[in-house]
Design a protein around this ligand. Structure first.
Ligand code: BGC
Length: 383
């Protein structure tokens, strides 16, 4: 640019001092020079902006729009990152692993600086994360741990084991197990086997419930307690409903009382409730069992208000989004991101430095304060 300016000045000087040069000729040479100058300036400015924008681009890959929570997670994170001056490429993959991999590849091509990923299948991203690392892109696993890759830089989540513990404790308290009440019949459900969280939820809940099963205070009439038997692939409501239908037909048809169902999240709880309602539960003679959940999805909070679901875990997605924005900011400054756990989440390749937020439970007694007064939902959302 400096070279060009010098050239133009020299040329102007030369032209203005040379009486032999025709006036018309002077203007056209000048005009062309200025035009070139303006064009070059415009190109270089656009280039600068593009570069700046590229330097600021954060990729956010979410699993699906079909569950309320991921829509909120995505929207909250996009809003908070944009408030902090970043551009965001937010993608949902319709729960399809290959779509998610393609989206991540696009983000790498677009030169995102950080990838925030809630994996569909935690074990399917090893190759694409290798490409991210080759391009100096840092990776934050969002909510779900990404397995079998050393290229997961951070993990931000709610304390997944604690989620299960709170669900187990809720059942324990509602049935009065600590006061030696029982025996009670219970059925157990677990989440998707390709989601590492599902194992933690189950581990946490069983850390509370297993001693009561061992002591005969909780009885599982179906005998189905193994994770692989009780897991619902893809967290599908319809599959949870079908399994509950089978359990009712096979083990509760003769009027045996069902006192509790351990459901790891809200999408399963919806299926379980539908099955129980169809089988005539929800009357004075046949009340709903204690049913747990997680996410405080709107239909589930309504089900809590209606006395169908007993509790749900509240994971305030605003808190998690804020934490991830802090992590992104630290990474962009070349600093270490804030973590509070370095020894719980081993992904098969390494312990991933993690930040664990605190989950709490919501039920009919505290949802007003927790969900409405806090501005998470409007009263009208729950009608
Ligand atoms: C999340 C839960 C969610 C489930 C199904 C888990 O990884 O932690 O909050 O209910 O996936 O989407």
């Amino acid at each position: 640019m400096g070279f060009l300016l010098t050239n133009v000045c020299w040329e102007n000087l030369y032209l203005s001092r040379n009486p032999l040069v025709e006036r018309k000729g002077i203007i056209s040479v000048k005009k062309i020079t200025y035009l070139i100058l303006i064009l070059l300036l415009a190109f270089s400015l656009t280039g600068c902006f593009e570069k700046k924008a590229d330097d600021n681009l954060i990729g956010v890959a979410m699993p699906t729009q079909s569950l309320q929570r991921w829509n909120q997670d995505g929207a909250n994170m996009k809003a908070k990152l944009e408030e902090s001056g970043y551009r965001v490429d937010l993608q949902y993959a319709n729960n399809d692993v290959n779509t998610q991999i393609q989206q991540l590849e696009n983000m790498i091509t677009k030169k995102c600086k950080v990838l925030v990923i809630a994996a569909i299948d935690g074990s399917a991203l090893t190759e694409v994360l290798r490409k991210a690392a080759e391009n100096d892109i840092q990776v934050i696993a969002y909510d779900r741990l990404i397995m079998n890759s050393e290229h997961v830089d951070y993990y931000a989540t709610f304390d997944n084991f604690q989620v299960g513990v709170i669900q187990g404790q809720y059942i324990e308290e509602q049935l009065g197990l600590e006061d030696n009440a029982g025996p009670f019949n219970i059925e157990l459900f677990a989440g998707s086997p390709d989601d590492n969280n599902a194992l933690f939820f189950n581990g946490g809940a069983m850390s509370i419930l297993q001693p009561y099963i061992d002591a005969g205070k909780l009885v599982v009439p179906s005998g189905q307690t193994e994770f692989t038997t009780i897991a619902i692939h893809g967290w599908k409501s319809a599959d949870a409903q079908a399994r509950m239908d089978n359990l009712i037909t096979a083990h509760y048809a003769a009027g045996r009382k069902l006192s509790a169902v351990l459901s790891p999240n809200d999408s399963l709880a919806i299926g379980i409730i539908t099955s129980l309602r169809n089988a005539g539960y929800g009357t004075a003679d046949k009340p709903y069992p204690v049913i747990t959940g997680q996410d405080c999805d709107k239909p589930n909070v309504i089900a809590m208000i209606n006395g169908e679901q007993s509790m749900s875990i509240f994971k305030d997605t605003r808190t998690l989004a804020e934490k991830v924005v802090e992590m992104v900011e630290a990474i962009m400054k070349g600093e270490d991101a804030p973590v509070n756990d370095t020894e719980t989440y081993h992904n098969g390749a390494k312990y991933v430095p993690s930040f664990l937020c605190d989950p709490v439970y919501a039920d009919v007694n505290n949802y007003q304060e927790l969900l409405i007064d806090s501005g998470y939902y409007k009263e009208s959302d729950l009608q």
